[in-house]
Structure formats: structure tokens, C-alpha cells
Design a protein around this ligand. Sequence first.
Ligand SMILES: [Zn+2]
Length: 434
Amino acid sequence: MSFAIAVPCLLCILFASAMGESSSRSSGLPTKRIVIAASTLLDGKGHVLHDTRVVVEGSKIIAVDPMAAPIDYDLRGLTVLPGWIDSHVHIAWSFGKDGKSGSPGGTPAEIAYSIAANAWVTLMAGFTTVQSVGSPADVPLRDAIAKGEIPGPRVLTSAEPLMGQGEKSGTPEQIREFVRKQKAAGADLIKIFANYSVRKPDLMLSQEQLGAACDEAKKLGLRTLVHAYGEAVHDVTVAGCTEIEHGVLATDADLKRMAEKGIWLDPQAGLVWENYLQNREKFVGTPGYPATLDGFASMETLIPIYRDFMKRAYKIPNLKIVFGSDAVAGAHGRNAEEFVDRVRDAGLDPMTAMVSANSLAAEAMGLGDQIGSIAPGTQADIIALDGDPMTDITAVRRVVFVMKGGVVYKIAGIPGSPDMKALSNTQTSQHTSR
Ligand SMILES: [Zn+2]
């Protein structure tokens, strides 16, 4: 791969970098205009544009104009697209100090650094927005990133999830109270476990309990993401929740009903299981995982079941399917492997895979007019891949440029361009040192 960056004025870039998430308007300084040239640009909605330029001002894209000049970043020869959105991660989940999942991560400072590291590698992998489903620790992370204090993807979080536990989950009124408590704690959405495992999909919430959770969230203006397998998919659909996570073992009738009611589906094609298998020593014997290494063998048989489910789901007309990797400890920064699984192993066409992590994921979050596409008025979340994912899906592993909200966080793999490398380091340290 070879591409050249037109060396822009150093001060201009540092200035753009210093603006961070907040607009320069508040500082009263003039806004720097940045022009990015692309030979191949995916707009996030399924279209490919050739030989065009994206104009960024402050944190937003203000124009897509082939005549815009002068060029600040020349990304011709790469594939330029909106930053990806991962609808399902567990960004606070790291291996503990002893290397095991679920064990203590050390001092509060060490834990905070490991969470910040997860955010950093996720952003470097091209994910400019993630939806983290399941930890109150996401809340301060989200806020620190939003304030520009540390680098990372934009984070939406559920804070603490509602774990279905049968009767012990509480009365419908207690469940409503729990939902209100999450909203007060800063949740952007509510995560609910209707059942736990594809192997043992016993219902853990009654229809009444599920209905109370999703109804209360709706009243508060929050979306509901429900972890559900098999029969639970039917109940979640009846309850009118927003999105179903995993969904495996759902019948075609369930999936059709979801499509009719506009309920989103977030299935997985492999990364989550591959990650458990690759890191089995770190998960073995920890809560919720096999007690012996041999116990992991059965996970291998689950991968084709998940893939077949995804293939079946994509055959249901009008069913809206988003990209969610379910990244846990060990998978942060490798979220894009899920694209490879979807295209290579589940037979998805590459454009559908890209759009599921761009405009569709944004729409599912109610942020369709703000992120997930390259169009005037949207956030300047722009990445570039060395290669063309339409012909080689493994190009998703080669993210060489990352801009989020108008700030460049990554310029990598630029042959013979030490100046730009130094520049990119400067921007990073400028940002992180604040
Ligand atoms: Zn999950």
C-alpha cells in the first residue's frame, strides 16, 4: 500500500486536535477547515463514491465536494468510510492481575488504566462509537472520553443490567424502580437478561416482568437491549423491547414478528467464541465458564450454530440487523474480526456488513442523523483502511487512519513519512496530556 499525506500546516493540525470533542466555538477561536481526499469512499449507507473530498470543520463534516481544496489528508489509494459502531461490547471487562477473567484487576488506578486501554485499542481499531452493555464502570469512562480527557470511542452504556432471576427479579413495580435507578445513574439504555445461555435457555423473566422493564424504559425515553435465546425472543417481541442480543434458537416466525414490529436484532458470527477458545486458560474455572479446558471443546460446536442463525436471520425480509461483536476481555481492539467472520464464514455480502456497523447501527441507537454516515452535518468520524473490504474483507484489520469528531487519532503505515508519524504522535500526546 502506498499513499501520501499532503503535509498540512503543523499548527492547523495541532489546533484541530486541541478542539477535541468540544467545538472551538466555546473557545472563541476560528474553526480550522480540513479537506480529506479519497479515491474510494463508502458513505455508510451502502453507496460507494469515487474521487471525492470530505470537508470537516470543527467536529463535523460540512461538505462532500470533489473540488474542495487544499487537501490536508490525502487518503487516495485507501478505502475511506465512517468510523464503525459496535452495538455490543463490554468495554470495562479486562483480565485481572493474575491474568484470569473476573479476578480483581489490582488497585483502583490499575483497573482504571486497563479500562482506558480497552477504550484506546478499540478506537485504534476504527471503532468511533461503542455501546457497552453491562457495567456501571462504563459511566465514568464515557464521561471522561466525552470531555476529551482521555482518548476512546464515544460510549453509550446501560450501567447495571437487569439480570433475570425468576421471582427473585422482583415484582413489576420493583423492576420499574430498577430501571429508573439506572436512568438516574446515567444509563443511555437498559440491558436486560431474559435468559442466559444457548445451551440452557430457561426463561428467567416472566412476560409481565419483561413488559414492566421495557415499558418503564420507554416512558423514560431509553431503549432496551435484551439478551435472549429461543423462546425468550418471542416474549421480548411481545413486550415491545427495542433490540434483541444474540437471538439464537429463535424461530422464523419469531424473526418475522420482530421485523413487523421493527425490533432490531444483534447476532454474532464468531469473534465472541473464538476469543473464549483463544483465551481458554484465562476463562477456565471462572464464573460462568467451563471448569476444565476440555469443557471448552463444546464451544467450537456453537460457532456454526451462531453462523447458521445469522444466515437464516438475513433471509427474513425487513429484519433490521446491526453489528455487535460482544467484545469481552481479550477481544477489545479485535472487534473487526467479527466482520471477517460474518463475510467469510456466514456468507454476508461485505457492503451489508459495513452498513450494519455504520448507518444501521446509528439508526438503532437513535443517532442516525449524527453518526454512521459521511454526509454534511454528521460528526466527522472517519476511518481509512489499507485495502478494499468489498473485495478483501481482511482489509478491516488494516485501519491506518482514525478521525473522531474532527480529531485525528491515528495515521499509521505511511512509508517514508517520519514527519507525519511524529505529527501523529504529537497529536496523540497533546490530546492525552490534557
Ligand atoms: Zn454481551
